[in-house]
Design a protein around this ligand. Structure first.
Ligand code: NIG
Ligand code: FE
Length: 422
């Protein structure tokens, strides 16, 4: 199918090198007025002004083209949400209410709530239930303009359940159109029965889970929650080093609740991204700036927990390649809306709207090692587009909490955004 999206008030191409942007590049949107995009099959064939894109079409005989008039609208690359926990069995509304009356995230975890309660619930959920929910959330993500989403395991604690999560993540993708990238997060927290024998649980992950995850090609990345209430830096190192020998790429939940030094570990191991970074310092930013590791900030989790935001401005000034993602999960970030994340990033972390766009698209793609395939609108890249009912890119973060995405195109096809329960 060939499609022509034309006459957009603004087209954000984000054209440029197929890698993360940092420094002044973080503000370069490749903005085109009266923009058009031509897609053929799953790929982008041309992007530029409507005149530039349509001229060659007039002189040659063409196969039928579906035209989509985007007058008065914004065309942007689909968002690349590079950090989510989409597959979970139920929201944690009791935790939510208790936290609002004073309990902290870590206190809830210690008293029977938190990640462990989600694990318990997941183990008694059927594969069909997990799949139906995952589809529902992917439809929501697409409705808000996301076209590529990373999904982590981590609520299984056992290989069998971790694999069930990763299978549900994969199976949810085709009907919605969104591309799913899978991450094994076997090291999410220590199960209560292993509290006094942590080493045994880490060995279980390394010796039993990782080889199977790799053998079954169930995930492309391996992640560890390295924090005071989860895994130590040494434990994270041993899991990630083992993952690397199995050919998995690396990610880390780093320096979120306390400063553990996980960001430095990520840089040292050549992780594709380190995520959260709420408690990082100048030395950490310097290390990041001198590396290819992406700093993925998840400010919706700070918004939801009421905790201090990561210092995005200082990181950007230090030359760090910053990405934004939702962290969609039942404990710390119950939103899958990238426009809301951009709104929070701008108003609370003082990122500029242009920086937020770059961080949510091409830098998100880099955080999934896909900067050559998606995250910008350029010939040869996958035809992943989000069309917004606004005529200025700044309006997307500005209209906080409103969904102004009108159409999402994944690999050249309109995404399914309405959830019908099947
Ligand atoms: O990214 N920090 C660890 N993991 C998630 C929370 C998961 C949960 O609470 O269920 C996060 O914030
Ligand atoms: Fe997370």
């Amino acid at each position: 199918m060939t499609s022509l999206f034309l006459h957009a008030a603004q087209l954000l191409t984000l054209r440029g090198p197929a890698r993360a942007r940092r420094g002044p590049e973080l503000r370069e949107l490749g903005l085109v007025r009266d923009g058009a995009v031509l897609t053929k099959g799953s790929l982008i064939v041309a992007a530029g002004t409507t005149d530039e894109v349509t001229k060659p079409l007039r002189s040659r005989k063409q196969a039928p083209i579906t035209e989509v008039d985007c007058s008065g609208k914004l065309i942007a690359p689909g968002f690349v949400d590079s950090h989510t926990h989409v597959v979970f069995p139920a929201p944690r509304l009791d935790d939510y209410e208790r936290r609002l009356s004073g309990a902290t995230y870590e206190e809830l975890a210690r008293s029977g709530g938190g990640i462990r309660s989600t694990v318990e619930r997941l183990r008694s959920s059927t594969g069909k239930e997990l799949l139906t929910l995952a589809r529902r959330w992917l439809c929501e993500a697409a409705a808000h303009g996301s076209t590529t989403i990373e999904i982590k395991s981590g609520y299984g604690f056992e290989l069998k359940h971790e694999l069930r999560m990763l299978r549900a993540a994969k199976a949810a993708a085709p009907r919605t159109g969104v591309e799913v990238v899978r991450t094994f997060l076997g090291a999410h927290t220590i199960p209560s029965e292993y509290e006094s024998k942590r080493r045994a649980f880490v060995s279980l992950i390394i010796e039993q889970m990782l080889p199977q995850i790799a053998k079954q090609r169930a995930a492309e990345f391996c992640d560890v929650f390295c924090d005071r209430s989860a895994f130590t830096v040494d434990e994270a190192r041993s899991v990630l080093e083992a993952a690397r020998t199995h050919g998995l790429k690396l990610k880390l939940h780093a320096d979120q609740l306390t400063r553990t030094g996980a960001t430095r570990l990520g840089v040292e191991l050549g992780a594709t991204s380190v995520d959260h970074l709420d408690c990082t310092n100048e030395g950490d930013w310097k290390a990041l700036a001198g590396s290819d590791t992406i700093a993925t900030l998840l400010p919706a989790s700070n918004f939801f927990l009421g905790t201090p935001y990561p210092q995005a401005r200082a990181m950007i000034e230090a030359g760090v390649a910053v990405a934004l993602a939702t962290d969609f999960n039942p404990g710390t970030s119950p939103t899958i809306s990238m426009p809301l994340v951009m709104a929070i990033a701008c108003s609370q972390m003082r990122m500029s709207p242009a920086e937020a766009w770059v961080a949510a698209t091409i830098n998100g793609a880099a955080a999934l090692a896909r900067a050559d395939a998606c995250g910008s609108i350029e010939p040869g890249k996958r035809a992943d587009l989000a069309v917004f009912a606004v005529d200025d890119f700044r309006a997307v973060p500005y209209f906080a909490g409103m969904n102004l995405c009108e159409m999402t195109v994944c690999a050249g096809r309109r995404c399914r955004t309405g959830y019908t329960g099947s």
